[in-house]
Write a protein that binds this ligand. Structure first.
Ligand code: PLP
Length: 429
């Protein structure tokens, strides 16, 4: 849903542009969807917090009893600071990674966090660090899907997880190290097709059913994330009823095969947050290139947000709905023309309207004018979370719109001191 132009203009007056505007109502609705999907006894949802690690969002998850899937030591610490508990019983926070970096191992040890390893060598890393608790193993089941190839998390080209045929060798290593495998996990990506997700999840659950006999200490099976969000069609709803059925029946099958209590987990990221945030930017100019022997000319709307804010279009050719605020894009009588939306960075690829072959994909929009606000919708997942300080611009502020219409600033615009605060000059050798 679009926000009222008057609201966006008044917020832009207050905090400048660009800024991120979260919508609590939309995020809560998505949380409620996942709660419905997992309301079977023995089925538990996590939030893959890398999609949007804002403390405000983490607190919403805590209030809704959604557990956490973290991918770094600092993500674990963020979840703890937001109020999620430490410990293995139950393992409310788990750390999924293929590489332990920086503080990951000490954070695991100090806080009793369940490590979900994706590479066999991590068993030796854990042992060496003095870890002696339970572990989870992430499997690459050999199949999966993604919205683009780079996001396909299962199959021979995926760096994630331990190849299924190597799982027993990994178990032997864990047995030797005295580390009990209590969870088996796989994540098969978030493709746009519901049927593909359904089929792959069914296939994955069947794989796990066959493994349970050998993994006698396993008390949890995780089917990963991967509930899709349709970025192109706003009316499209993921059919949550069949997914609810699927998770309940998978759980049932796993329990009857194992003949013991088992928890079934899922850990979506984007589904909770993707539609719950809009990146609001300002058009600074509109200019043209002309056709010549190298190609066709284009109309460029220059805006003050770039891929340092929202990198998905530049990185994967991802589609985000674009609106010129106040120029009614729902009205078929408003004339439109193909417009390329481009940002302020010193990079030719700083374009919000391009496809996954890196080609310009002009969008049919009402012609904007300098000073208009322009919004990029569905920016809540892998939006601010992936923003960077390239070109030393500083991250844009995040705002939170409450149900009652009040708006709070939850992170301010970064300034030069923020950019320089890790710089130092200490002699090392
Ligand atoms: C292990 C794991 N869990 C969860 C997710 C979240 O996926 P999504 O945000 O698409 O639901 C990912 C994404 O790559 C992942 O690798």
């Amino acid at each position: 849903m679009n926000h009222p132009p008057a609201l966006l203009r008044s917020l832009a007056e207050k905090v400048g542009t660009p800024f991120w505007l979260y919508d609590a109502r939309v995020i809560r609705q998505r949380i409620a969807d996942i709660q419905f999907l997992t309301d079977t006894e023995g089925v538990q949802a996590r939030f893959a917090m890398k999609a949007c690690p804002a403390t405000k969002v983490l607190k919403e998850m805590k209030a809704a009893n959604i557990w956490i899937d973290a991918v770094s030591g600092n993500e674990v610490l963020r979840a703890l600071r937001a109020g999620h508990p430490t410990g293995h019983q139950p393992p409310v926070i788990c750390l999924t990674c293929d590489v332990f970096r920086d503080n990951a191992l000490p954070v695991v040890l100090e806080n009793g966090i369940l490590p979900n390893i994706g590479s066999p060598g991590q068993i030796a890393d854990l042992k060496k660090a003095g870890y002696s608790g339970p572990i989870s193993v992430r499997v690459n089941p050999g199949f999966g899907h993604g919205h683009v190839n780079a996001c396909d998390t299962g199959g021979p080209s995926s760096k994630h997880g331990i190849w299924l045929e190597d799982l027993f060798a990994t178990k032997e290593m864990a047995d030797k190290a005295g580390l009990e495998i209590t969870m088996l996990h796989a994540h098969i990506g978030s493709g746009p097709q519901f049927q593909e997700l359904h089929d792959n999840l069914t296939r994955l659950a069947a794989e796990f059913v066959t493994l349970l006999e050998k993994f006698t200490k396993v008390n949890t099976i995780s089917l990963g994330g991967g509930i899709p969000h349709n970025y192109r069609d706003h009316g499209a709803q993921v059919p949550i009823e069949p997914l609810h059925e699927l998770f309940a029946s998978c759980h049932q099958r796993l329990v009857s095969k194992a003949r013991r209590d088992l928890r079934l987990e899922i850990e979506p990221g984007r589904y909770y947050v993707a539609p719950g945030c809009t990146l609001v930017t300002r058009v600074t100019d509109v200019k043209q290139t002309r056709s010549n022997e190298k190609g066709s000319g284009a109309t460029f709307a220059m805006v003050d947000a770039g891929f340092v804010d929202l990198v998905r279009p530049a990185m994967y050719g991802s589609y985000h709905a674009i609106d010129i605020v106040g120029k009614d894009d729902e009205d078929p009588n408003v004339p439109r023309e193909p417009i390329v939306v481009a940002g302020p960075l010193c990079e030719s690829g700083d374009i919000f309207t391009r496809d996954d072959r890196e080609l310009l994909a002009p969008r049919l929009l009402p012609r904007p004018a300098a000073g208009d606000l322009l919004t990029l919708r569905d920016a809540g997942a892998y939006g601010y979370a992936m923003s960077s300080n390239y070109n030393s611009i500083g991250r844009a502020p995040q705002l939170w719109l409450e149900d009652d219409g009040s708006v709070e600033i939850i992170s301010r615009r970064e300034n030069i001191d923020d950019l320089l605060k890790a710089e130092t000059s200490e002699r090392l050798a």
